[in-house]
Design a protein around this ligand. Sequence first.
Ligand code: ADP
Ligand SMILES: O=C(COP(=O)(O)O)[C@@H](O)CO
Length: 574
Amino acid sequence: MTRIWNDPADFADEMTDGFAAANGRHVQRVTGGVVRATESPRGQVAVVVGGGSGHYPAFGGLVGQGLAHGAAMGNLFASPSAQQIQAVAKAADNGGGVLFAYGNYAGDVLNFDAAQEHLRAEGVPCATVAVTDDVSSAALEERHKRRGIAGDLAVFRIAAAAAEAGHDLDGVERLARLANERTRSFGVAFSGCTLPGADEPLFSVPEGRMAIGLGIHGEPGIGETDVPTADGLAELLVAKLLEEVPDGTAAAGARVVPILNGLGSLKYEELFVVYRRVAQLLEAAGIVIVDPHVGEYCTSFDMAGTSLTLFWLDQELEALWETPVDAPAYRRGSVNPAQLKAAKGNAAADADAVPEADEASREAAGVVRAALGVIAATIDANVDELGRIDAVAGDGDHGIGMQRGAKAALTAGTAVDAGAGTTLARAAAAWADKAGGTSGALWGVILSSVANRLGDNGKPTLADLTAGVADGAKGVMDYGKAEVGDKTLVDALVPFAEALQRNADAGADLPTAWKAAAEDAARAAKATADLLPRMGRARPHAEKSLGTPDPGAHSLALIATAIGELLEGRNDHA
Ligand SMILES: Nc1ncnc2c1ncn2[C@@H]1O[C@H](COP(=O)(O)OP(=O)(O)O)[C@@H](O)[C@H]1O
Ligand SMILES: O=C(COP(=O)(O)O)[C@@H](O)CO
């Protein structure tokens, strides 16, 4: 288990600070993560990788000459926010555009896409390749839904080598996509991982048993079997991957990079024993092994597990693979050392000026702040329960993610002296930035939609709130693409928005309309227990989640209920 930390909420930031301090020759700390400490040629495409923390050396350890130009580093097991990604991309940009590469997780997709849109609007050309190497996370016909695990390394390396070779953004994207098409991984685990501050691992495997088809967040596997011998494990991994040789490739005669990845606490010695048999099996299949990798490339804290990746080379990919790399946690060959950049970082932008607001709106800002206080207190009181239900089929971080977001929103809302709209807009931006992950991005959308309707003039009306919540529901669905019935927070948000509208139309006052809508949201959230998840982290473990409500729907209902109590004058959290 993880034993050393200060405040668990600060773990990822403090880890990033320490990592940068220890690797000043390779990386420079910037807002949102790290970038190369060395100069890159003007016009070179910048490869920006990223994801949640807890996977070292992914992602910061893979920044350096020959590999990524920058890494956006989110909280533990939670995607970096769009703000973090934008900040890192701007610091990494060499004027040749930005290629984003990351594992295909819901939160990452939402946040990287949002960052990409903003950057494009600012005139920075961007492209994205989401890595989908894990064969256990979706069927071949749905490859685009698979998640990225240790195969990240193959895609990141090819993208970076293509950038270093002078390819333009289209060329780098094409090659990164090709590398992804030709990379497959499969993993197993013997025990789960424990997040800093947590009492228990995210999942456990009974003594003598092994979970099959693991991700990199301690998500439950897709099956379980008795722990095999090292040779038996090698046979399982190789057999699974040889079932899916990429199109147009015959196993016999193919040139392949095998990556046997340790997930955190499997010993190198154990990995070597397994690799001995992996190599025999690949050779027996007629495969030519090129540059085998055995070690830790993408971990999951202290999870005792391993994955095997096969990267099926072609001539073009092999030439790129052979180029040198010098990153903190990954070195191949010898690079020509580039000049160190002047240490400049990317200081946070000055806060925007606060727009004018009239007295009525300033007074309403007091209610907004009280609501933010109630939200933070409600999440604090339920943080463990939210984590517990998220761990049933997800990664167990919903409580801590919501807690980070709610706390940051309260701090930002309290720090600004403004009208109701600006107060809530600042809180929304802080929530999305500090929480990261899927729910952070979506709560940023909900709160900023309401903020837009509140404005900074006049006392907000029930009609403003109703319209804001409806905009929020539409925004979440446009952004996250989930619909009612997919077992997400949309299942509570849409009934809530509809009921609020209905109650307002029927002439109810705000506290009455809100309270009744919150009751509908709570019923709808509870009913998600009967649904199978079709979006997000829980999707590959759909059956496991039956009987447990969706964590995002549950937290939304808790918040709606608590605000209802505040509006009725019954909630003293504020
Ligand atoms: N595409 C989506 N649209 C709306 N809500 C989603 C979507 N994907 C996931 N969610 C919600 O996000 C919740 C998980 O939030 P969070 O813990 O932040 O996720 P993660 O750790 O996967 O980033 C889920 O319970 C679900 O309600
Ligand atoms: O941990 C990760 C974030 O995934 P979410 O979708 O936010 O849960 C991912 O970046 C892999 O690191």
